[in-house]
Design a protein around this ligand. Structure first.
Ligand code: NDP
Length: 329
């Protein structure tokens, strides 16, 4: 059956301006790091993308290396894009990145102009797109001058291959420098993509202040800590979960200390009338400094769960204190 997007797709979702730009992102964005590679049934990928778009999730985040194997998430996305989403391309914000190992030899990794330009060309081919909306440098490169990497992002925009650019995993000092260089080049940095969740607080030290001052948006990746901040692991490790079979979430990370905190957080969420994943996402979005949360999902019901935050994103001072106490204890 050809896909026709729901006529109600913009009824529920809210959109936030991304920094000092004119681009609005949905509060919830969908990432394709896991669950869209060649090792996953394409039917489920298609169902999740359709469902997300029907709920007003307009932003889909990819990278050259998402899979496995690397590149296959973009190929799967490209296939579904051609089948379902071409009529909706102008309603979508599609991002990709380069910065981690992608191909053999000295030009398939890190941050040279050679790598970034070639990688984006490959990504566009895999996805069957003329341009991406956002192109990121995926991680800082200690051996390439920042001027070259940022110059490559500027070039890519001038070539019309990306509309906006961003950085990911950049610590505050390098982010500041990168933002400055991009400003000078006339291609402002739209967005930073840091790892941020109740369990990963580094951005709170000074990164979020910098981004606010500079008018750069921020999209929090792994906002559920890969699934730890959900009810998934409260009673053991389910066979179909990330911790059961993916090196990105080794079961050793589910220590008794973490699980005890997760249980306490879960009780707090239940008192708020929410599921834990909803409380964890709402907590990130409680102030405007976070433009969007970039979730992963292995099934449609997890996307529906995330949508629950639209009903309750307010926290009392007591609730915020109670959350901090759980982490201090
Ligand atoms: P999350 O922290 O949102 O974890 C997603 C996982 O949590 C799901 O795959 C699922 O695990 C579990 N989950 C989600 N919802 C529920 C629910 N309602 N109930 C129970 N379990 C749930 O994000 P990811 O770590 O997947 O990262 C999200 C995106 O961020 C990526 O796809 C990518 O786009 C981006 N990212 C960027 C990085 C960068 O360096 N810039 C690095 C990492 C991610 P299960 O599979 O067990 O069902």
């Amino acid at each position: 059956m050809p896909y026709v997007a729901s006529s109600k797709r913009y009824n529920e979702m809210e959109y936030r301006l991304c920094g000092r730009s004119g681009l609005r992102l949905p509060l919830i964005s969908l990432g394709l790091w896991h669950n869209f590679g060649n090792n996953k049934p394409v039917d489920n990928c298609q169902a999740m993308l359709r469902h997300a778009f029907d709920l007003g999730i307009t932003h889909f985040d990819l990278a050259n290396n998402y899979g496995p194997p690397p590149g296959s998430a973009e190929s799967t996305f490209g296939q579904i894009m051609q089948q379902d989403f071409l009529p909706y391309r102008d309603e979508m914000i599609i991002s990709s990145k380069a910065g981690f190992t992608m191909w053999d030899g000295p030009y398939g990794d890190w941050g040279s102009k050679k790598y970034l330009v070639a990688s984006l060309n490959q990504s566009l081919k895999r996805m069957g797109l003329d341009y991406v909306d956002i192109f990121y440098h995926h991680r800082p490169d200690p051996n390439t001058p920042l001027e070259e990497t940022m110059g490559a992002l500027d070039l890519i925009v001038r070539q019309g291959k990306a509309l906006y650019v961003g950085i990911s995993n950049y610590p505050t000092n390098l982010a500041k420098e990168a933002i400055g260089i991009l400003n000078e080049l006339g291609t402002p940095c739209l967005i930073h993509q840091p790892k941020y969740s109740m369990l990963e607080r580094t951005p709170e030290e000074d990164l979020l202040d910098l981004l606010e001052e500079e008018g750069v948006g921020s999209i929090a990746y792994s906002p559920l800590a890969g699934g730890i901040l959900t009810d998934r692991y409260l009673n053991g490790i389910p066979a179909d979960s990330r911790a059961a079979g993916n090196p990105s979430l080794p079961p050793e990370r589910l220590t008794s200390t973490i699980l005890s905190k997760v249980k306490q957080l879960n009780e707090l969420a239940v008192k708020r009338g929410q599921k834990l994943n909803q409380m964890a996402l709402a907590w990130l979005l409680r102030h405007d400094r976070i433009t969007s949360v970039l979730i992963g999902a292995s099934r449609i019901s997890q996307i529906d769960d995330a949508m629950g935050i639209l009903k309750n994103r307010n926290f009392t001072q007591e609730e915020l204190k109670a959350i901090e106490l759980i982490f201090e204890s």
